[in-house]
Ligand binder design. Structure first.
Ligand SMILES: Cc1cn([C@H]2C[C@H](O)[C@@H](COP(=O)(O)OP(=O)(O)O[C@H]3O[C@@H](C)C(=O)[C@@H](O)[C@H]3O)O2)c(=O)[nH]c1=O
Length: 179
């Protein structure tokens, strides 16, 4: 289960090895032991999430406040997304930096986002189904977020402004400066 390091410490990209034959393909989409070796995380994931979104939908940027923070392992089983992680770990040398990766049903890449990041994605295909594992339960009272079009972060969401769809709740999220 090879995890590639990224320009942000702790943020890892997983490119699984596919076994293809005349029937189709097989791959290990998750292996706890190899995951532990790569990330040092010894806790099992406790919640799996599955969302479907149409083209132009941005979900995010979301996080849960301490002590309810969540690490996430993201993958796409239908369509294509641009998945974004923002480092909001106060002591991090890359605090306030973001990285984005195209994850798709085709490329089968998975993004591991440690605790202490804000997360969001935009759908680049007609529809996208996103699956992710979390190492902590949903805690609505601890929900936090940053507005997707924050002026400081300047995230390039890769879709035209007219096509962007954001939930009423996410439209009200604070700026990066205000969190
Ligand atoms: C996130 C979540 C939501 N819900 C409920 C609350 C609400 O009524 C409904 C939809 O919630 P939301 O609008 O917050 O869903 P969504 O915008 O998809 O929220 C998710 O966005 C991505 C980017 C993340 O990283 C996730 O951690 C999560 O915050 O689902 C749960 O029951 N459990 C959960 O874990």
């Amino acid at each position: 289960m090879p995890f590639l390091k990224t320009a942000i410490e702790g943020l890892l990209l997983f490119e699984p090895r596919l076994f293809e034959d005349e029937r189709g393909y097989f791959y290990e989409s998750f292996n706890q032991k190899e995951f532990f070796e790569a990330t040092g995380i010894d806790l099992p994931f406790v919640q799996d999430n599955h969302s479907l979104s149409k083209f132009g939908v941005i979900r995010g940027l979301h996080f849960q406040k301490p002590p309810f923070q969540q690490a996430k392992l993201i993958k796409v089983i239908r369509g294509e997304i641009f998945d974004v992680a923002v480092d909001i770990r106060p002591d991090s040398p890359t605090y306030g930096k973001w990285l984005g990766f195209v994850l798709s049903a085709e490329n089968k890449k998975q993004l591991y986002i440690p605790r202490g990041f804000a997360h969001g994605f935009v759908v680049l295909s007609d529809w996208a189904e996103v699956l992710y594992k979390c190492d902590n339960y949903y805690a609505p009272q601890a929900e936090g977020g940053i507005i997707y079009n924050d002026k400081t972060l300047q995230i390039d969401w890769r879709v035209e402004k007219k096509d962007i769809i954001v939930s009423p709740k996410d439209c009200l999220l604070p700026t990066f400066q205000d969190i």
